[in-house]
Design a protein around this ligand. Structure first.
Ligand SMILES: [Zn+2]
Length: 272
C-alpha cells in the first residue's frame, strides 16, 4: 500500500522530460525579451554618460570664457587629449589621475562596449605598429596609448568640429568647417556619440561603411556602427541626448559649420 502510494506520487522520467521541455520552451520565449531589456538598460546608462560628458564640456567652456575647446594642447602627442581636459569637470576628482594604463574613466565607457571587451588580439592597431593605440569596434572600446604612460579606454567619439586641435586646424579643408567659438555652435550640433575612436570629423560626403562593426577609418564611419541595435546615442550642444532611429540619420545631423545635408537616398548601409 505504502509502496504503491510512493510510486503514484513520484515523477516518471517522461513527466520529468516534459517539464524540462516546457521550461526550455518558456526560457526560449523569455530570453530574447530579457536580452532586449538588458540592451535597453545599457542604452539608458550610455545616454546618461554622454549627458555627463556634454555637461562637462559646457562647464569647461563656461570656466574658460567660451574660448575654443582645446582637445590637445598644441597638438601634443603626449597630452591627455579631450578627456584629460574634461576630467576635472566629470564630477569625480579621481578621474584626473585615471589617465594611465589600467585605470578606467567610467563615464567614457558605453556599457555596450565596456572595458572588459577590450582585446588586443582581435582589435586593429592605430598608427604605425599601434603607436597611437587601438581602434574600437561596435562592441569594443578604443584605446589611446602613449609610450609615456598616458593611456585611456573609451567608447565615445568627439565631434572634433567643435574642438580645436593645433595639428588639424592647420589642415586644408578643415579650417572652414570648424566652429571657432562655443557660443556660435548651434543647439543641434552633435558633441559626442557612441564611437570607435577618440575624435572624428564627419562630412556629408563620407561614404557609407561596408560593415557596421567599426575599426579603422575616419569621419562618419566612427559613429556608423551596430551598437545598441543600430541606435547609437549622441549628445547635442543643447545637452539633449538622442538615439538614431536608423544609422542613416547620422548623415542628416549638422556636424560642422557648413554642413550640407546629402540628398536622400544616397546612403545605403549593410543590413548587418
Ligand atoms: Zn552607447
Amino acid at each position: 500500500m505504502r509502496l504503491e502510494q510512493r510510486r503514484n506520487s513520484a515523477f516518471t522520467l517522461i513527466e520529468l522530460l516534459v517539464v524540462i521541455a516546457i521550461i526550455a520552451l518558456l526560457l526560449s520565449i523569455v530570453m530574447p525579451a530579457l536580452r532586449k531589456v538588458k540592451e535597453q538598460a545599457r542604452k539608458v546608462v550610455c545616454a546618461a554618460n554622454l549627458s555627463q560628458t556634454g555637461k562637462a564640456l559646457e562647464t569647461y567652456e563656461m570656466t574658460y570664457d567660451y574660448k575654443r575647446f582645446e582637445m590637445r594642447k598644441n597638438g601634443s602627442e603626449t597630452d591627455a587629449y579631450w578627456w584629460g581636459k574634461l576630467a576635472p569637470f566629470f564630477g569625480n576628482t579621481h578621474y584626473e589621475t585615471d589617465i594611465k594604463k589600467g585605470k578606467v574613466i567610467d563615464v567614457l565607457m558605453c556599457p555596450s562596449a565596456p572595458a572588459s571587451k577590450f582585446d588586443l588580439a582581435v582589435q586593429v592597431p592605430a598608427g604605425p605598429g599601434g603607436a597611437t593605440g587601438t581602434w574600437g569596434a561596435a562592441d569594443r572600446p578604443w584605446e589611446w596609448d602613449r609610450t609615456d604612460g598616458i593611456s585611456t579606454l573609451g567608447s565615445y567619439t568627439i565631434n572634433a568640429w567643435v574642438g580645436h586641435d593645433y595639428l588639424y586646424d592647420a589642415a586644408v579643408g578643415r579650417q572652414e568647417y570648424m566652429y571657432r567659438n562655443w557660443l556660435d555652435v548651434p543647439p543641434t550640433v552633435p558633441l559626442f556619440g557612441c564611437g570607435t575612436w577618440t575624435a572624428s570629423w564627419p562630412m556629408g560626403t563620407d561614404l557609407a561603411p561596408t560593415d557596421l562593426q567599426g575599426g579603422a577609418g575616419g569621419g562618419m564611419v566612427q559613429f556608423c556602427i551596430a551598437r545598441h541595435g543600430r541606435a547609437v546615442n549622441l549628445i547635442f550642444k543643447d545637452l539633449h541626448a538622442e538615439s538614431t532611429k536608423q544609422l542613416e540619420d547620422l548623415w542628416y545631423y549638422r556636424w560642422h559649420k557648413d554642413y550640407q545635408q546629402p540628398p536622400i537616398g544616397t546612403i545605403v548601409l549593410p543590413s548587418e
